[in-house]
Design a protein around this ligand. Structure first.
Ligand code: DGJ
Length: 692
């Protein structure tokens, strides 16, 4: 007896097959199948033969592979009884709920009193998968995978993500080999080190062509990924919360959501599905029609040295450059003159703000800017009133190594959340706060799922009570970026690196998942504080203008030239943000490794902008043509350089784009590509395209 289930997104189909009451298998996840396609035949075609060296039947690669089925790889669930004995569940079909948008399959193991439920949803062009385990008796959970997805066997490699502080979103290409590739993030946060995602590109896939299957797991408490090739050649991908982060026996355990999307249009197909999903289905802006405001963040201008007159002067200048929101960063509370003290003491420092924050906020409002403020709620310095009063609120041992001089509060404790809520709510109630920058500057002493749940509960309560306040997720830059945090916040601080060269690379890779509207990007000080590099203002400005733009330098350091460039680029960003905020970011193939290029293509395809960032000198003399993506091959596009006035001495003749515009077909632009004028390194050409 077999059951078959089908779920369709806009351009993809997922087929589940359940045989003889055993756990279902995903027997297809790929390009949309015709409605006439027999699901039974798809299931049949998925079966592998039995031959020498195998069991008499190939164990199913089910949505939760079971040891009881003699599965030859990593199991989808590892649990122990309350007494610590390893359990070997054997699930049988119990219930199925099917709608056009969702399939929910429930399985029971009566002997052990267990119910496993898998949920599959089709939203936009993304599948959302999650699993839940309920036990009659308390049990210990070591590992629970979201429904397991088979990976294509026509892939030679997988693309993984790693990184570090000021070097987020690095990509690694790892080969598929026999056995398991395992990423186990023990940091207790999403982390710079292990962005929870995987892309499986078929052989030959590029940014713009070929098949790819992409995954993202939306848990902010640290994940585990297993990508395994079985002895018979089948491959499985598992994602779940990092193992052993459920620290107590319990009755109910759930995975976070695993987002899966398949593309036939290269990596860009996956990237745009995720970007749209985040923008249209995940992030909940308090006012969706409000344009993203240009930011000013004072951190790299003043650090802990808060002086209200200087801040007012900075605010006036930031507004003149075009800023629309002023964010008061770390240093306004307790006695925080450096990072050794006061986290946890969320009261305004009267030495710095004798009349509270109102005089500064009034000034900011008078400049037509809104006001945002920094918190790091989950942390405490041993040198603080809070720690002295409540050392018992700390997570982990008191003699643990500190991280940035601080410890983590155990926010699974309701009284800790209550304390934090009260202090944050106090500021939000007493002042007109438009925005919170929510920081988290160290890893946890122990990875604990309750900590992530406590964080979610605190944010959710604040959002419920202060629904107009937007929140930025920051964690030493990009240490807490995932779709789970983005369902509760509105912007991510992608990196503490404001170095335009580094930022160009980081945001290029982050675009595989993140749309412009949530991706913060700032212009930092002339001499970059994290690299020491001095980079021309033009390049710094355009790199920030590729995403949600902001400034973070001290505007008092700016020369007239820098002020002119910044004001002009900011105005360009504002003039275009209505459509760029809704645009797809398409990563362009890099035929020249010295140039990182992308397109932002308007929703209606009527216009686009190309950013071609030259971060190094090329091996060859002249720039290589840049091949575009996503255009109508038969349409003509009028192309012009937005910043032709930035041409430098590298270019000695006036080519077409430097002096005027060119009209070229989509076919030409996508197959031959656009040849740009020569330019010195650390520069960006910005090209506008309009469909004729
Ligand atoms: C780390 C953040 O990433 C910075 O932007 C800044 O907010 C500091 N923390 C403040 O301590």
């Amino acid at each position: 007896m077999s059951q078959h289930y089908r779920l369709d997104t806009k351009s993809q189909t997922l087929v589940l097959a359940e045989r003889d009451g055993r756990m279902a298998q995903i027997v297809y996840l790929g390009a949309a199948l015709p409605q006439a396609q027999s699901l039974a035949d798809v299931a049949q075609a998925y079966e592998i033969d039995v031959t020498g060296g195998m069991l008499d039947a190939a164990p199913e690669l089910s949505i939760c592979p079971e040891a009881s089925q003699t599965f030859p790889g990593q199991n989808g669930m590892i649990i122990r009884s309350n007494a610590g004995t390893l359990m070997t569940p054997r699930f049988r079909a119990h219930d199925a709920q099917v709608t056009d948008a969702a399939i929910v399959l429930a399985y029971k193991d009566d002997t052990n009193g267990l119910t496993y439920t898998a949920q599959f949803k089709a939203v936009g062009d993304v599948f959302e998968l999650s699993a839940r385990l309920v036990s009659d008796d308390p049990i210990h959970l070591q590992w629970l995978s979201a429904p397991v997805v088979p990976a294509p066997q026509n892939a030679r490699d997988m693309i993984e993500f790693s990184g570090r502080w000021i070097g987020e979103f690095q990509t690694d290409t790892t080969p598929w080999l026999a056995g398991a590739r395992l990423r186990n993030n023990r940091t207790g946060r999403t982390g710079h080190e292990h962005f929870p995602a995987l892309i499986v590109p078929s052989v030959g896939t590029t940014n713009t062509s070929g098949d790819a299957l992409a995954f993202h797991y939306d848990w902010s408490g640290g994940h585990q990924m297993i990508a395994e090739e079985l002895p018979d050649g089948r491959r499985q991908v598992q994602f779940g919360n990092a193992p052993d982060t459920e620290r107590h026996a319990g009755h109910t355990f759930e995975t976070a959501t695993l987002y899966v999307t398949h593309s036939q249009n290269g990596l860009n197909g996956c990237a745009t599905a995720f970007q749209r999903h985040v923008r249209d289905a995940i992030v909940q802006f308090p006012d969706a029609n409000r344009p993203r405001p240009v930011h000013y963040n004072c951190w790299e201008a003043i650090y802990f040295d808060h002086d209200i007159d200087q801040l007012k002067d900075i605010a006036t200048r930031a507004a003149e450059l075009g800023a629309e929101r002023f964010v008061l960063d770390d240093g306004w509370f307790g006695k925080r003159d450096d990072d050794t003290t006061s986290l946890g003491d969320w009261t305004i420092d009267p030495r710095k703000y004798p009349d509270g924050l109102q005089p500064l906020i009034d000034h900011i409002h008078a400049q037509d800017m809104r006001f945002g403020i920094w918190f790091e709620p989950e942390m405490v310095n041993p040198e603080s009133d809070l720690y002295r009063a409540h050392p018992d609120w700390v997570l982990g041992a008191l003699d643990q190594p500190l991280g940035r001089q601080q410890m983590v509060l155990d926010i699974s404790k309701p009284e800790v959340r209550e304390y934090l809520y009260t202090h944050i709510a106090d500021i939000l109630t007493n002042y007109d706060v438009d925005y919170i920058k929510w920081d988290h500057n160290r890893v946890l002493p122990v990875a604990d799922a309750d900590q992530a749940r406590g964080f979610y509960a605190l944010v959710d309560r604040l959002r419920h009570d202060f629904p107009t306040v937007e929140i930025e997720s920051c964690s030493s830059g990009g240490g807490r970026i995932d779709f789970g945090v983005l369902s509760r916040t509105h912007r991510v601080w992608l990196s503490d690196s404001n170095d335009a060269i580094e930022r160009l690379k980081i945001q290029h890779n982050a675009a595989l998942f993140l749309p412009l509207v949530v991706t913060g990007s700032h212009i930092g000080p002339r001499e970059c504080h994290t690299s020491g590099r001095i980079i021309p203002i033009e390049f710094r400005a355009w790199v920030a203008a590729q995403r949600h733009m902001g400034f973070e330098m001290d505007p008092r350091e700016l020369t007239d030239h820098e002020t002119t460039v910044l004001t002009r680029v900011t105005q360009w960003w504002k003039d275009n943000r209505d459509w760029t905020s809704q645009a797809d970011i398409l990563r362009l193939n890099s035929d020249d490794p010295a140039v990182i290029s992308e397109m932002q293509l308007a929703k209606d395809g009527a216009q686009f902008v190309v950013f071609a960032g030259r971060w190094a000198a090329s091996d060859q003399i002249s720039p290589r043509p840049i091949r575009l993506d996503g255009l109508d091959p038969d349409a003509l596009y009028k192309l012009s350089l937005v910043n032709s006035d930035e041409a430098d001495k590298a270019s000695r003749i006036d080519t077409g784009l430097l002096t005027g515009h060119l009209t070229l077909s989509g076919a030409y632009l996508m197959s031959h590509g656009l040849t740009l004028p020569s330019r010195f390194p650390n520069s960006m050409w910005v090209i506008k395209g309009e469909k004729q």
